[in-house]
Write a protein that binds this ligand. Structure first.
Ligand code: NAP
Length: 248
């Protein structure tokens, strides 16, 4: 018996990084996995085959998580293809860093829409299916930056802090329907997103981490397996930090 046997999961933004690691860990644990990507079409298609090799049903969808109508259509398509939705992981996210003085309206809007509005879009659509099934687990990927702020990331920090308020509200609203909603706050995880940072910034981050290293996408994925599985069936409304002890 595996931790996610027979569960259907949607992971947004799974062509790379943490999303990809979560899709793979979910498949290893027996889940059927629907996942999305936006620009990385080839990587998305390759992941579909990689996941299917675990003997589960896997399908990739090209879908913009920040688009309300597209999210509705995606959830309807996944429900038709897979029969139900047990776990939703809202992972798709971007950065457009810069000091507030130089931050354009466009860079504010695109980050809020991609990171925060997407969570509203997908959660609203998926909870209709989960309410029918009378169970569900929603996992929203926030960040330690949403808990403490970060100079040069006012847009990103606001989007991630917004996710935390949203998560707690949904947990309160939907608990009586047996739908749980939690957030994971990764610290410094080695992906393409953090690969953009210069060596000095990476050194500074590493120094501030008690475990003295960046995290691996798989280490965030392990936490998502726990929150998606029945191992966490009495846990809702929480923010679990996966940050090597950075923020205590
Ligand atoms: P990443 O390597 O840059 O991957 C981002 C993923 O999101 C890609 O698969 C991308 O797909 C997808 N995506 C972007 N915009 C999308 C949209 N509008 N619709 C659908 N998919 C979209 O990032 P990552 O480091 O794995 O981060 C994943 C999540 O963890 C993000 O929410 C991020 O904020 C959060 N996080 C990361 C860290 C870290 O240290 N890396 C720390 C804390 C939190 P395409 O390539 O197809 O566009």
């Amino acid at each position: 018996m595996k931790l996610l046997d027979n569960k259907v999961a949607i992971v947004t933004g799974a062509s790379r990084g943490i999303g990809r690691a979560m899709a793979i860990r979910f498949a290893q644990e027996g889940a059927n996995v629907a996942f999305t990507y936006l620009s990385s079409v080839e990587k998305g298609q390759a992941l579909e085959a990689e996941l299917a090799a675990f003997g589960i049903k896997a399908k990739g969808y090209r879908s913009d998580a920040s688009d309300y109508k597209a999210a509705e259509a995606l959830v309807a398509e996944v429900a038709a293809d897979f029969g139900t939705i047990d776990v939703l992981v809202n992972n798709a996210g971007i950065t457009r860093d810069g000091l507030l003085m130089r931050m354009s309206e466009e860079n504010w809007d695109v980050v809020i829409n991609t990171n925060l509005k997407s969570v509203f879009n997908l959660t609203k659509a998926a909870t209709r299916v989960m309410m029918k099934a009378k169970s569900g687990s929603i996992i929203n990927i926030t960040s330690v930056v949403g808990l403490r702020g970060n100079a040069g990331q006012a847009n990103y920090a606001a989007s991630k802090a917004g996710i935390i308020g949203f998560t707690k509200s949904v947990a309160l609203e939907l608990g009586s329907r047996n739908i749980r909603c939690n957030a994971i706050a990764p610290g410094f995880i080695e992906t393409e997103m953090t690969g953009e940072l210069n060596e000095k910034a990476v050194e500074e981050w590493t120094k501030s981490i008690p475990l003295r290293r960046g995290g691996k996408p798989e280490e965030v994925a392990d936490c998502a397996v726990f929150l998606g599985s029945d191992m966490s069936k009495y846990i809702s409304g929480q923010v679990l930090q996966v940050d090597g002890g950075m923020l205590t």
